[in-house]
Design a protein around this ligand. Structure first.
Ligand code: AMP
Length: 301
């Protein structure tokens, strides 16, 4: 980002695109030497306002903003959408530049997973075996792929701060645990879910929705809003979950899961506990598998 000398406005110059690990480390070295702070925003591209909100937060907090753009094959299951995952690098470069990104790290698969790559980072236990990590769903291997690539990006970039979205609440909880357990010297910031005007959580995968399914898909956010409202109004988590199920059923959506869990540990909860509670939903709507969530914060005394 530079300053227009005539108007004083900030001008977002094009971000520098870097494909190689060595080149990226060399590009970051001067900033690191000068003690500048580095912010990292990991993405799989096909940017929307959710990604942009993370880039803006990084821009506001850090001297240097790095966005990674990499569709990470190790977090996709054999029957998932790796081959058809939407891509538009040119548009991503433009949007990231407009949001003030300094460097876009866009390596190819061989750069990050050279032949013989045999090491993974895994957060074990309850954080990765429930919700999306249930073996009947995406399974723990999905999160192993996520933590492996994020650990690699932390090692390559060495960020002071890394930005993730609450949209992927379980992913954020897993990454926070990895950072704590492996002593990564990075602060993790989790930013709020950015939604379309009608409430649908923004997602690169929303392009899979046919028009009629796009309308039905709003039921997920409606269900979560109903859950929060009813749970708090009736002081009953069960009443909240019941209200959510009614909203989903009205749109003929059978969720893969609709569950209430402790927002940090992801342990099951029976009722309102006085701690933040995550209500998470996943459902297939037409050609898209969608996830969304809300956190019910405890009411103050
Ligand atoms: P992805 O490209 O889907 O891997 O997402 C990259 C980052 O953007 C992740 O940390 C996501 O949680 C975050 N993200 C995706 N969608 C949203 C959204 N609607 N609001 C806020 N953050 C989001």
């Amino acid at each position: 980002m530079t300053l227009n000398s005539l108007t004083g406005d900030t001008v977002n110059s094009a971000a520098r695109v870097v494909r190689g690990i060595d080149e990226l480390r060399a590009a970051l070295a001067p900033a690191r030497r000068e003690g500048q702070t580095i912010g990292l925003v990991p993405t799989m591209g096909f940017l929307h306002e959710g990604h942009v909100s993370l880039l803006r937060a990084a821009r506001a907090d850090c001297d240097l903003v790095v966005m990674s753009l990499f569709v990470n094959p190790t977090q996709f299951g054999p029957n998932e959408d790796l081959d058809r995952y939407p891509r538009d690098e040119e548009r991503d470069l433009r949007l990231a530049s407009e949001a003030g990104t300094d460097i876009i790290f866009a390596p190819d698969v061989a750069e990050l997973y050279p032949d013989g790559a045999a090491t993974a980072v895994e957060v074990t236990g309850g954080l990765t075996s429930v919700l999306d990590g249930d073996p009947e769903r995406r399974g723990p291997a999905h999160f192993r792929g996520v933590t492996t690539i994020v650990a690699k990006l932390f090692n390559i970039v060495g960020p002071d701060v890394a930005y993730f979205g609450q949209k992927d609440a379980q992913q954020a909880a897993v990454i926070k645990r990895m950072v704590r357990d492996l002593d990564f010297p990075v602060r993790v910031e989790v930013m709020p879910i950015v939604r379309e005007e009608d409430g649908l959580a923004m997602s690169s995968r929303n392009v899979y929705l046919e028009p009629a399914d796009r309308i039905r898909a709003v039921a997920l956010s409606r269900a979560l809003a109903a859950a929060e409202q009813q749970a708090l109004a009736l002081d009953s988590l069960q009443a909240g979950l019941d209200a959510a199920r009614i909203e989903l059923a009205a749109a003929a959506i059978e969720p893969e899961y609709l569950e209430a869990r402790d927002a940090e540990t992801l342990e099951p909860v029976e009722g309102l506990t006085g701690r933040p509670i995550l209500i998470a939903v996943a459902a297939r709507v037409g050609g898209a598998r969608l996830i969304d969530n809300v956190v019910i914060e405890p009411l103050g005394d």
